[in-house]
Design a protein around this ligand. Structure first.
Ligand SMILES: Nc1ncnc2c1ncn2[C@@H]1O[C@H](COP(=O)(O)OS(=O)(=O)O)[C@@H](OP(=O)(O)O)[C@H]1O
Length: 359
């Protein structure tokens, strides 16, 4: 009896140890599988809030702002990619952030501006192309977070397979003095897209956004005109300065030839999205996949929307912060702005060889 009882206890212990070995093995295999599918190196990454689901990305998406670990300097990385044989697409394959689902690469094309031009619409439209992968938020690497290094920037990017293009959009790059040299330090072959919009409607759009965040803002005319509405245009107001496209382009042309730029009409992106997307796809060397059949005009929103956005089978418009009604601005103030911008617009048309018809 006593012997039999001992045997039962002994067997139970053996079973227990086998079970614990089994579960340990399951845990180890799960971990390896998890790593193989690319999740191990995914933290820290950008944190998406509910905003992504709303399609209202810009103001709500938060970046993971934890400082990165010390890594190679931008210059060292540049040396890796600047060999004469280097393809136009920055190849960082030698840096081991690769797995079966692709590799994180530095962007080959960036939407650098302009603020309130229609940059979000352009990026979301481009994302339906199977050969485009884009970072959803605005990384602000070349203006705010440059000291975090290229490795931090690259780690934000989505994984791409060979032949796919990596993109991001940060509209403030266009007006950032240091941005052109910094982008060129990363890769002088980077393709640059600028969505431009009539600078008068752009400045009103910019004001509308600030007013939404800060309802106590002074009137538009008191900000746009010096000496409380009587004086000349106040060019110290950043919202006015952003619309001096010729000035900002001059700064970029010191580092990049004109052939590296595509100027997208913000107006045509609304009136003829498929036509404008055709130009963008050609510029990026992509097969023309995005066409009329991807868009429908939403009467309630008053803008084109996507029938099937990336990662969704349901139609979707951009969020509430895109396509907001603008406040009524006195006609004489708008006329003053129109007159002010005219010579800069003319200069811009000459520089880029395109007439956007804002006058
Ligand atoms: N399809 C579609 N849907 C909604 N909105 C559209 C679309 N295409 C262009 N736009 C115009 O985009 C303007 C916002 O520009 P951005 O996305 O560049 O703004 S931001 O700088 O990122 O804040 C936004 O400006 P507002 O109308 O002033 O809100 C829109 O006019």
């Amino acid at each position: 009896m006593g012997c039999g009882g001992n045997r039962v206890r002994f067997n139970f212990g053996k079973v227990l140890s086998k079970v614990s070995v089994f579960f340990t093995m399951v845990l180890i295999f799960t971990y390896f599988f998890y790593c193989l599918t690319g999740f191990c190196d995914s933290a820290p990454r950008t944190l998406y809030s509910q905003a992504a689901a709303d399609g209202d990305y810009d103001n709500q998406v938060q970046l993971d702002l934890r400082p990165p670990p010390p890594l190679r300097s931008g210059a060292q990385l540049q040396n890796r990619t600047a060999s004469p044989d280097a393809p136009q697409v920055v190849d960082t394959n030698s840096i081991p952030v690769s797995n079966t689902y692709g590799t994180k690469r530095l962007p080959n094309a960036i939407i650098i501006g302009v603020k309130k031009g229609g940059t979000r619409a352009l990026l979301e439209f481009l994302r339906i192309h199977p050969d485009v992968r884009a970072f959803g938020a605005e990384p602000h690497f070349f203006d705010r977070f440059y000291d975090r290094g290229l490795e931090w920037y690259r780690n934000l990017m989505p994984r791409t397979l060979d032949g796919q293009i990596t993109m991001e959009k940060t509209p403030s790059y266009f007006v950032t003095k240091e941005a052109p040299s910094r982008v060129c330090t990363m890769n002088c072959q980077t393709k640059l897209i600028v969505v431009v919009r009539d600078p008068v409607t752009r400045v009103v759009s910019d004001y509308t956004q600030t007013l939404t965040k800060n309802p106590g803002l002074p009137s538009f005319q008191s900000l746009a005109l010096k000496n409380s509405s009587a004086g000349p245009i106040d060019t110290t107001w950043s919202a006015v300065r952003i619309g001096l496209y010729a000035k900002h382009l001059e700064n970029w042309l010191r580092y990049f030839p004109l052939s590296h730029f595509l100027f997208v009409s913000g107006e045509r992106l609304v009136s003829d999205p498929a036509g404008e997307m055709g130009r963008v796809q050609d510029f990026l060397g992509l097969k023309r996949v995005i066409s009329d059949k991807h868009f429908y005009f939403n009467q309630t929103k008053g803008f084109p929307c996507l029938k099937k956005p990336e990662g969704s089978s349901r139609p979707r418009c951009l969020g509430k912060s895109k396509g907001r009604p603008h406040p009524q601005i006195p006609a004489e103030v708008l006329q003053r702005l129109r007159d002010f911008y005219r010579p800069f617009n003319q200069r811009f048309y000459q520089m880029c060889g395109q007439n956007f018809g804002w006058d």
